[in-house]
Design a protein around this ligand. Structure first.
Ligand SMILES: [Zn+2]
Length: 359
């Protein structure tokens, strides 16, 4: 869609009006949510229907104002219709370095929840409601339009949960033409996930102990083999099938704008796993949107596609990554090079890794 088409404004009684719901022209008395300028409904045959600013110039944040109205509509629907069913909580637990980074994904069913209070106003990035679980745990509910929010104001109280609803922007402005299609878009595409759920803390601790124990065993076996001088023979660790690098509940991943070079095809919100080698180079493991595990060289030097043995994977020259045969085998292979290992849930977290040289 045209990223700058303003599809909604506020009328004189502060109601949300989409461009298809008002007569052509300035009759509706609508104004821009962001700058307050009067809006004119343009409903031609050729261009997408949109609101134009009467006399003044549109500012870049005027479109963001319309997006904020879509968010408000989503919140109003939740108030009217109630929250959709609560999602299961999922988290990925990783063994800490220098252990091989084995993972376990845990799942927790949050049970029932009731809205205790809606906020009076809905500023961007602030919670919109307080939800009370049957366990009595308080949960702050956030709503974001994909790509619109920058950073959520998470509660300081660690015993409070955080639940985030995300509504993607539609691919076509037809889906924002009037309030009915916009509501339908919200109802059919909204998704939710836990950023934090204290109720699951004990289960996470338990999983962490389990993963560390397994990783320690793999580590010790590898060390033992190394001592025998039999390095190429790596043990197949006794671990369950490797789970995909799914999204980690973390504050920063919730509002990620993916500026990575792989943004167009990387699985949204999948984690990065970085292996920094002694020579300053690194390998970055993550997941393709189609579920395949890949590994990108850092930096992208000439000859990168010849630096891995065939049993690890095949280079995809177009994407600039190795398509991995088996992620766990790759991790063990890289682990042999005594790398620094760190995971990052977003591109900006990745760039924040101090030892990863910016190239
Ligand atoms: Zn404006």
């Amino acid at each position: 869609m045209n990223a700058l088409s303003i599809f909604a404004g506020l009328d004189s009684s502060d109601r949300i009006r989409f461009v298809g719901d008002v007569p052509r022209g300035a009759e509706c008395g609508c104004r821009c949510m962001a700058c307050g300028a009067p809006l004119v409904a343009r409903r031609g045959d050729v261009r997408t229907w949109h609101f134009a600013h009467g006399a003044s110039q549109e500012r870049p944040d005027c479109y963001a104002g319309a997006v904020n109205l879509l968010r408000r509509l989503a919140i109003e629907r939740m108030k009217d219709l109630g929250l959709p069913p609560l999602p299961a909580f999922r988290a990925m637990v990783t063994a800490p370095p220098p252990l091989p980074p084995l993972h376990e994904v845990i799942e927790w069913q949050p049970g029932h929840g009731e809205i205790e209070q809606w906020e009076a106003r809905f500023p961007q990035n602030a919670p919109v409601a307080l939800l009370r679980l049957s366990s009595r745990t308080a949960v702050r509910v956030f709503v974001e339009i994909d790509g619109a929010s920058t950073s959520l104001q998470l509660p300081n109280a660690e015993d409070e949960g955080v639940l985030l609803f995300t509504i993607p922007l539609p691919s076509s402005s037809e889906e924002l033409k009037d309030i009915d299609v916009a509501a339908h878009h919200i109802d059919t595409t909204s998704s939710s996930r836990w950023i934090r759920l204290p109720d699951a803390a004990a289960k996470i601790d338990e999983a962490r102990r389990r993963v560390e124990e397994k990783a320690r065993k793999v580590h010790d076996e590898t060390q033992a083999l190394r001592r025998i001088g039999n390095r190429p023979l790596l043990p197949e660790p006794a671990v369950p099938p490797f789970p995909p690098l799914t999204s980690l509940p973390s504050a920063s991943s919730s509002s990620e704008l993916d500026h990575s070079p792989w943004a167009s095809w990387r699985k949204p919100r999948s984690a990065f796993l970085c292996y920094g080698l002694q020579d300053g180079s690194a390998w970055i493991l993550f997941t393709h949107r189609d579920g395949r595990h890949v590994m990108a060289p850092w930096p992208l030097d000439e000859g990168w596609d010849e630096s891995m043995p065939a049993r690890i994977g095949a280079p995809d020259l177009e994407l600039g990554v190795y398509m991995l045969e088996n992620q766990l085998k790759t991790m063990i292979y890289l682990g042999e090079m005594r790398p620094r290992v760190q995971s990052a849930s977003t591109w900006s977290d990745l760039l924040g890794i101090a030892w990863l040289q910016r190239q």
